[in-house]
Design a protein around this ligand. Structure first.
Ligand code: G3H
Ligand code: 13P
Ligand code: ZN
Length: 328
């Protein structure tokens, strides 16, 4: 059954669990995510980016979610727009059956100025007004996703590049978070604690310097009733990197967000955990294995089936680790 982000995260907060939000672009990902959820009785957040919407087409995406819902009627399912960039993008998503949208007013901010903050409050508030009229939820974002390791916009030698953002400016400011939630009435708030999108988050296993989980704890203390969202939460597991490289891939050694750090976040108000890179890597490593081991193979299903199996295992691991399992 389709539910809103608010309904799902309220339940998660009550019971103290977190919910992974997996990105979807195609049928195989949809099937794998739902098979995983059904196998461990977990509610799901499936999210589609603007890229996914143009890749798969809104009509195809919408009907695919309808089909998944019909196949798994017992699983609570939230369909969420990932990184909406303007009001129209959010409005059209809701029209296609999304029960939740992210209005990412931090996208436009290349530096954290007062004008950027005002813009973010303003547009997020307008999207909240619109979405709440029709019963959809809204996630806002405050702060800038980016590497603390490289000093944000700074170069690796520590010398700042002109016009870029300093270390502290990347992290969400707790006072500003309180004000932002009050002013916008968002249902969930994405905050920045040093993660970034993609595979190359950290060049070493992150410590508290480069992955600032203390920010999560501080914001949760100030906003105990606000559902927090972590973006860039792929762990980029070593076994997947190894498998990808074993079968001809060329991925330089990298570190993601350790699962135990996410679990720590879940103890401090994190309810939605965005994961896309791990899903991509699991599927791509499986494709590579087939390509290398079965050189005469040309039936796409022979590539896609192992990829779905790998994605299903990854999703199941996260449902178990975040405590989502058993809460459908
Ligand atoms: O935030 C980014 C997500 O991983 C989605 O990526 O925009 O390439 O679909 P995408
Ligand atoms: P990853 O790149 O770490 O998977 O993050 C995905 C994300 O934040 C989508 O919004
Ligand atoms: Zn994101």
């Amino acid at each position: 059954a389709r539910i809103t982000l608010r309904q799902l995260l309220d339940h998660a907060a009550e019971r103290g669990y977190g919910v992974p939000a997996f990105n979807i672009n195609n049928m195989e990902q949809g099937l794998a995510i739902m098979e995983a959820a059904a196998s461990c009785d977990a509610p799901v957040i499936i999210q589609a980016s603007r890229g996914a919407r143009s890749y798969a087409n809104d009509i195809m995406l919408a009907k695919m979610i309808d089909a998944l819902e019909e196949m798994y009627p017992q699983i609570p399912l939230c369909l969420h727009l990932d990184h909406g960039n303007e009001e129209a993008t959010c409005a059209t998503a809701i029209r296609y059956g999304f029960t939740s949208v992210m209005m990412d007013g931090s996208l436009k901010a290349d530096a954290k100025t007062a004008a950027d903050y005002d813009y973010n409050v303003d547009i997020t508030r307008r999207v909240v007004d619109m979405a709440h009229w029709v019963g959809a939820s809204v996630e806002g974002e405050l702060g800038v996703l980016g590497s603390l390791e490289h000093g944000g916009g700074e170069q690796e030698d520590g010398h700042g590049v002109e016009g870029t953002i300093s270390h502290d400016q990347l992290l969400t400011d707790p006072d500003q978070a309180v004000e932002f939630v009050r002013a916008t009435k968002v249902d969930a708030l994405a905050i920045a604690m040093g993660t970034s999108h993609g595979a190359y988050k950290f060049t070493r296993k992150p410590d508290g310097e480069i992955l600032a989980m203390r920010v999560v704890e501080e914001i949760h203390t100030r906003l105990p009733n606000t559902h927090l969202v972590m973006h860039g939460s792929s762990s980029v597991p070593q076994p997947l990197q190894d498998m990808f490289n074993q079968f001809g891939g060329e991925m330089p050694q990298t570190w993601g967000v350790p699962v135990e750090e996410i679990v720590r976040g879940i103890k401090h108000g994190v309810r939605k955990v965005n994961i896309d890179t791990d899903c991509r890597l699991a599927m791509a490593a499986a494709f590579r294995k087939v390509a290398v081991q079965s050189k005469s193979e040309f039936d796409p299903r022979k590539f896609l089936k192992p990829a779905m199996d790998a994605l299903r295992e990854l999703c199941r691991d996260r449902f178990e680790q975040f405590g989502t399992a058993g809460n459908a």
